[in-house]
Design a protein around this ligand. Structure first.
Ligand code: FES
Ligand code: FES
Length: 211
């Protein structure tokens, strides 16, 4: 089981069945509340205090944008905080931090996931953030280009999550009509109300993604 994709609702990013509030608010550790099989092997930090690594840190590797990245973090750290605060990848945005807005959407093995509701230590697959979506040679992903072409953002705060969710929406086969796109993108909110342009961008990009 992939713990970060516990709910298979294709119309919005997957959220863990165990709420983050429960995980982070309970007195027991997050690791103790997760099924044993769901947690990646992690080593407790044994390094002496004073070297910047807390004694309670979990040390593990995570694959982000095709690179293996080492982490030594509190095991309760969300994937969103791990990306932003520990790996310097600030593309995924913290909007609500409660699984409500989709701004933090990333892909894990191609499936959209709310990184604010996902524990970094529980991630099994390969994470793709907006920083890793473009071709390594510099060519934008068709969805990124389509968002530019269709003027599908204003402030841009929701845009990384919108683009990654849109990529998954097309790959899931849920971009057959404007109505279907709206339904399957409904987990990503845009406070600038760029929705008609986002739908137009997805319609533009889906042809390029199939070719
Ligand atoms: S920040 Fe994750 S859903 Fe809003
Ligand atoms: S472009 Fe501003 S929130 Fe979506």
């Amino acid at each position: 089981m992939t713990p970060t994709v516990l709910r298979d609702r294709a119309f919005e990013p997957a959220r863990p069945a165990v709420s983050r509030r429960l995980l982070l608010g309970a007195s027991a550790s997050a690791a103790a509340l997760m099924p044993t099989a769901a947690l990646r092997p992690a080593r407790a930090a044994t390094t002496p205090a004073g070297n910047g690594v807390p004694q309670s840190a979990a040390i593990f590797d995570i694959t982000v944008n095709k690179q293996l990245r080492p982490l030594a973090i509190d095991p309760r750290t969300t994937l969103l905080d791990a990306l932003r605060e520990h790996l310097g990848l600030t593309g995924a945005k913290k909007g609500c931090d409660h699984g409500q807005c989709g701004a933090c959407t990333v892909l894990i093995d191609g499936k959209r996931v709310l990184s604010c509701l996902t524990l970094a230590i529980a991630v099994r697959g390969a994470v793709t953030t907006i920083e890793g979506l473009a071709d390594p040679g510099g060519e934008l992903h068709p969805m990124q280009q389509a968002f530019i072409d269709q003027d599908a953002f204003q402030c841009g705060y929701c845009t990384p999550g919108q683009i990654l969710s849109a990529v998954a929406c097309v790959n899931e086969g849920h971009a057959g009509s404007d109505g279907e796109i709206r339904e399957h993108m409904s987990g990503n909110l845009c406070r600038c109300a760029a929705y008609p342009h986002i739908v137009a961008a997805i319609n533009q990009a889906k042809a390029g993604m199939r070719s």
